[in-house]
Design a protein around this ligand. Structure first.
Ligand code: PEP
Length: 249
């Protein structure tokens, strides 16, 4: 059985004070959640949020990481810097980073390896554009993107990774993939993992859906057998919304 994992990607939102207020509201609301709960604030809010969630069931993730250990990489943050703060997760390869910050399958792959080497759990994003969906190549594309992201990893490490299937056209647009489409594509991602790393790993890896998931559609999406959780943008910015997604039952 795969335990669902629901993570909030706050993107470039919330000051430190706002972040503290949001988690303070969230802690009692999600304390009995059946799934793993994660929040991913901006870098500058991480220390305050890690401190605030100590002793609770909320995990903390960063939204990015560099693949090098240290050095002349102005503006970047290394994996052991996150680890030493008490951060447990890191989102890697979000489509906004691929689109606006020139992330490639190669840098995504390096970042996953660096994160795992430092005991961080990568939440690896894959997903097709609207054009690719309309061309009918969604499953092939996300399978390839998944294989590229995980290239060269040990099977044992792949089991630790969380994959987020996020159709680009559904992110922040209010358009959600139908639960059946999301389930089918996540099935294709799982088959890709099985092909390369074996059935046991493929069956155990957790794959989230992301893309305008919200209190209204969470239950239907989470009812799909292949969907093991969600990566939530807009609906993670208010405690009352994120609570309803996390407690989707
Ligand atoms: C995301 O950015 O990962 C995301 C899924 O955003 P939203 O929920 O706002 O579509």
């Amino acid at each position: 059985m795969r335990k669902p994992i629901i993570a909030g990607n706050w993107k470039m939102n919330k000051t430190v004070e706002e972040a503290k207020a949001l988690v303070a509201e969230l802690i009692p609301l999600v304390k009995d959640a059946k799934c793993d709960v994660v929040v991913c604030p901006p870098y500058v809010c991480l220390p305050a949020v890690v401190e605030a969630v100590k002793g609770t069931n909320i995990g903390v993730g960063a939204q990015n990481v560099h693949f090098e250990e240290k050095g002349a990489y102005t503006g970047e943050v290394a994996p052991d810097m996150l680890k030493s703060l008490g951060v447990q997760y890191v989102i890697i390869g979000h489509s906004e980073r691929r689109q606006y910050f020139a992330e490639t399958d190669e840098t995504v792959n390096k970042k996953i390896k660096a994160a795992l080497a430092h005991g961080l759990t990568p939440i690896v994003c894959v997903g097709e554009s609207l054009e690719q969906r309309e061309m009918g190549i969604t499953n092939e594309f996300v399978a390839l993107q998944t294989k590229a992201a995980l290239y060269g990893l040990d099977a044992a490490d792949v089991g630790k990774v969380v994959i987020a299937y996020e159709p680009i056209w559904a992110i922040g647009t209010g358009r959600t993939a139908t639960a059946e489409d999301a389930n089918e594509t996540i099935g294709a991602i799982r088959r890709a993992v099985r092909d390369v790393f074996g059935a046991m790993v493929g069956d155990s890896v957790r794959i989230q859906y992301g893309g305008s998931m919200n209190p209204k559609n969470a239950k239907e999406l989470m009812a799909q057998p292949e969907i093991d959780g969600g990566l939530i943008g807009g609906a993670s910015l208010k405690a009352e919304d994120f609570d309803k997604v996390v407690n989707y039952d």
